[in-house]
Design a binder for this molecule. Sequence first.
Ligand code: GLA
Length: 371
Amino acid sequence: MKEYEYKVSAAGRINVIGEHIDYCGGKVMPAALSLKNTVYIRPNGTNKINISWTTLPDKVTLDIDKLDSYRNLKYGNYQAGAALMWQRAGHKIIGCDMLHDCTVPFGSGLSSSAAIEVSTIAALATIAGETLDKVDIALKAQQAEREYTGVNCGIMDQYASACGKKDSVMLLDCNTLECEYLPLRLGDYSLVITNCNKPHSLIESKYNERREETERALKLLQQHIDIKCLAELSNADYKKYATVLTGVLSKRIEHIVSECERVRMAMQALKAGNIEILGGLLNKSHASLRDNCEVTGREPDALVQAAQAQSCCIGSRLIGGGFGGCTISLVKTKYIDEFKEFTFNSYLKATGFKAEFYDSEISDGIVITKL
Ligand code: GLA
């Protein structure tokens, strides 16, 4: 890749706990992965961005003056959206050639789209000689996902993709964007990432619907109590005003209130090195995602069940937006091979799908290398 000037990467992510909480202003616990999107980039002296991929035969050219017109591209739309939001924020976009190399599996719930958006902006800013503000890049990448791609997401994925730190989980307050980094010390256990291989698309899924439901619930509750976001709702207030909400809205709030509490307990457990407690919280989180938030489905439930059935696994849950994608499981390190084999076979038997396991480390978010 000698002929390129810079190599700029941004990470995929897992989320230890705190699901469907970021857009409610709560705390979440993501970590950046060594699975990432890397952009090799060089200025080309034109007003065009030429994009190619290491893993796709496609080539796409974007006109810098028409970045708004690429929403329907099969590939290149994330890059166009990210560049457009950066441009709209007043940054100069320089014509360039980009080669994208993505090791985050698409549609896996590991935030390939955030990794593409964040690395695209970071690469464009780098060749323009700008000093990088990672949080600002994350916010513009989120804006791209919402306004260009149409997924009304929170800030968790883009923040983790940009600001993650090696071997650390992040305790991110999605209301204030304050972030505490905690070393991920799991003792005798390891986190295993497993893809149920039922592809999911947040665009087609009910992700936006979940978000609308929580907004409706917030408005109803605000007629009675002074809260700015649902994460501020205490357990006591939730009980007091439970009757204001009916049907699915009350289930959604049940998830939010209980998941926020689980994040608090998970942080304490991690700080105290009590990994068994953390495992139990992952199991409860999955149950709530299934029964209250209703974002799991046959395949993710079967995969989690196969994991939870084993004594070497102390916790397992679906991560990300839901409706497919990946689970994380806390597994005794010395039994990982047995765990994978049992999980693969039992999940195949239950669903006909082949589970896939990823070996990934917890890594830094944006990384820039001059070539
Ligand atoms: C997707 C979104 C995030 C977050 C998760 C669910 O990954 O992009 O903002 O809402 O779902 O926790």
